[in-house]
Design a protein around this ligand. Structure first.
Ligand SMILES: CN(C)C(=N)NCCC[C@H](N)C(=O)O
Length: 289
């Protein structure tokens, strides 16, 4: 079922056909109420005691948003609500595949309800969407590359939800990728940065899927240390520009050696809750390749 809100005059076309072409429009949310209230992933276990300094997180997030704006990206902010301490990770509440915007069904209780804020925003902004109402699926598990959609089977995304997506997008090749439960989402271990290059933490993905990915992409490996600091979770904004954390030195060097412009932004306070740049952005529109 599509919630149709577009009319000829108000139509706002949203299209994302990959993870790396020029980013045009993106949804974010300020971490003003960010907190580790309940431990819902492995990274948070390490930081639960010291928790999050929200004012530092807000400051870092502002810099990140400024970087997006300076690069010509239209940034929309969802209203942060106190009851949702994980709202900064807008990636998970929805995803744009081709010319369709999907609203997720969250896989953790503490995050359920965040997607309602996105639905409201899409309605107010006359953007049609497809709600995923039955089975849990989160945007951190969904990556698109042309006619292929990779979907992680994780603690948050089920095979049943992937089957629903297959029915909704019959013209795509949807490839489920089973990820080790230790890792929250597919984008914690895999990310596509060009038509023929991808970043991977190989230990998080089983052998047969790794082999397929290796046949399709030149795989750039992230070390165990940099997987912990979400080295795969960079954000490509187009023209070979990639936003990455200063602490992920090894992957940044590898990317620079391949001709990428790595823009370092420090969101070290935010990653303590288990997500980095990709997780903090829900792209609505990218340029067509
Ligand atoms: C790459 N990742 C992990 C994401 N796409 N999202 C981060 C979500 C983190 C949040 N504390 C949670 O556990 O839901």
């Amino acid at each position: 079922m599509t919630i149709n809100l577009e009319s000829e005059s108000t139509m706002m076309k949203k299209t994302c056909t990959n993870e790396f072409s020029e980013l045009k429009e993106v949804i974010v949310c300020s971490p003003i109420h960010m907190k580790i209230k309940e431990i819902i992933n492995e990274t948070q276990k390490h930081f639960a005691k010291e928790n999050i300094d929200e004012s530092l997180a807000v400051k870092q997030h502002k810099k990140f948003v400024e970087t997006l704006v300076i690069n010509g990206i239209k940034v929309y902010g969802l209203p942060p609500e106190e009851q949702f301490p994980e709202q900064v990770f807008t990636r998970d509440i929805g995803f744009t595949l081709g010319d369709k915007v999907f609203v997720s069904h969250m896989g953790s209780d503490i995050r359920s309800g965040e997607e309602e804020i996105l639905r409201k925003w899409l309605q107010e902004n006359k953007t049609s969407f497809i709600p995923q109402s039955k089975h849990s699926i989160e945007g951190g598990d969904v990556l698109v590359d042309g006619s292929t959609i990779f979907v992680g089977i994780s603690g948050r995304t089920t095979i049943e939800a992937i089957n629903v997506l297959k029915e909704e997008l019959p013209s795509y090749k949807i490839l489920p990728i089973l990820i080790d439960k230790e890792y929250l989402h597919l984008d914690c271990v895999f990310n596509v940065i060009s038509p023929n290059e991808a970043i991977i933490f190989p230990e998080g993905i089983r052998e047969e899927d790794r082999q397929y990915l290796a046949s399709r992409y030149d795989l750039i490996e992230v070390t165990k240390e940099e997987q912990f600091t979400l080295g795969t979770n960079v954000l490509s904004i187009g023209s070979k520009k990639i936003i990455s954390l200063p602490c992920n030195k090894d992957i940044n060097t590898k990317l620079r050696m391949r001709g990428y412009e790595v823009i370092e932004v420090d969101i070290s306070e935010i990653i303590k809750s288990g997500g980095s740049f990709r997780c903090c952005t829900m792209p609505l529109a990218r340029a067509n390749r």
